[in-house]
Design a protein around this ligand. Structure first.
Ligand code: SAM
Length: 334
């Protein structure tokens, strides 16, 4: 084991979120443009490189890995990577291996994911209406995702649903989504929309649904009990007294969680983002490819963590880059 990763503000880095591909089988309007240009394959980290990088972080104290994308389950051979990470679960160094997925491939993968030690997954579902689902995802089919969720449950995986809050889109489904999750035993997290994809600015502002408003709407029907749960990220939680379910609210643009930030994000090309709201990035692919020995890689990781800023400085205009989410990060449950 290496000495743990502690940043200059005494925060231990224990959570790594990794995008394993920029590709996706959906084209959610708020996330991607319909005609995306994806990165050349040679730019992506290979599965072996992802293994080396994740293992390096684990030897330095990372205890939780969240695999995301793009859509992580469309990456060819991705199960090999999950299988490789299982050795860290078995050794006890890794406490949690999880993923955020759109659910389309879960019928194929759920059982294998459970077998390698994945216990909980996040599945993104913004609407329970077939036509609206097709509209927002452009290429997705709701029935396939619901079948994927059923497969996950059959495999014993705990499913949390992530829904991006969009005024005038799923506003009318607030209670339907909540009740569906209560009935099927899913936790549910709402995410405030961030400026990406190819929604026009006018449409984006039109669809901006502050979670404060969503929360107030929820409180007209349920008793919301604040929970002290903190994950080191931008989520806040309540329990609905009537159903017992946990509801999360993710407000990525709110600067209220930096002091407890325990996480960094790695892109599929090996760029490490030390903060969700800042552009500073460290290239880990070069030291990784420069040598089969991990010394330079360890040094590069430590140098990056030494630059982790104290807090968020979210610049709305800078982030309004097409395809930003899928290239660089997924900040959410995601
Ligand atoms: N493909 C996977 C999925 O659908 O969950 C993983 C990647 S996706 C980028 C991760 C999460 O980010 C999803 O829950 C998605 O809804 C959310 N997301 C994407 N674009 C967003 C945006 N502009 N604002 C807020 N959340 C967004």
């Amino acid at each position: 084991m290496q000495p743990p990763l502690i940043d200059p503000f005494a925060r231990a880095i224990s959570y790594l979120r990794i995008s394993v591909t920029d590709r996706c089988d959906f084209r959610c309007a708020y996330c991607m443009t319909e005609h995306m240009t994806f990165l050349p394959k040679a730019d992506l980290l290979t599965l072996e490189e992802l293994d080396r990088l994740c293992s390096a972080f684990i030897t330095m104290g990372v205890e939780k890995l969240r695999i995301t994308g793009g859509e992580p389950l469309v990456r060819k051979g991705i199960l090999t990577f999950f299988e490789a990470m299982a050795r860290h679960l078995q050794s006890g160094a890794l406490k949690e291996l999880t993923l955020t997925t759109n659910g389309s491939q879960l019928r194929k993968y759920a059982r294998d994911l459970a077998a390698v030690g994945v216990k909980r997954i996040n599945v993104s579902v913004d609407t329970l209406d077939d036509a609206k689902f097709a509209e927002i995802t452009r290429w997705g089919r709701l029935s396939q995702v619901l079948d994927g969720i059923a497969a996950a449950k059959e495999a014993g995986l705990q499913v949390k649903i992530n829904a991006v809050a969009l005024k005038g889109f799923n506003e009318s489904e607030l209670f339907r989504l909540t009740e569906w999750c209560a009935r099927d035993g899913h936790d549910l997290t709402f995410i405030e929309v961030m400026p990406m994809g190819d929604m026009g600015e006018a449409q984006r502002l039109d669809q901006y649904w502050p979670l404060k408003e969503l929360r107030a709407e929820l409180a007209t029907r349920f008793t919301l009990v604040d929970l002290p749960d903190r994950t080191g990220g931008p989520a806040r939680y309540v329990r609905l007294a009537e159903t017992g379910q946990r509801i999360g609210f993710i407000t990525p643009l709110t600067h209220n969680f930096c002091e407890s930030c325990n996480r960094v994000r790695l892109t599929c090309t090996g760029e490490l983002y030390m903060c969700l709201g800042q552009e500073d990035v460290a290239d880990l692919r070069a030291p990784l490819r420069a040598s089969a020995d991990d010394t330079a890689l360890h040094q590069a990781i430590r140098a990056a963590i030494a630059r982790k800023p104290k807090g968020h400085d979210f610049d709305y205009s800078r982030q309004a880059v097409k395809g930003q989410m899928t290239r660089h990060m997924s900040h959410t449950g995601g």
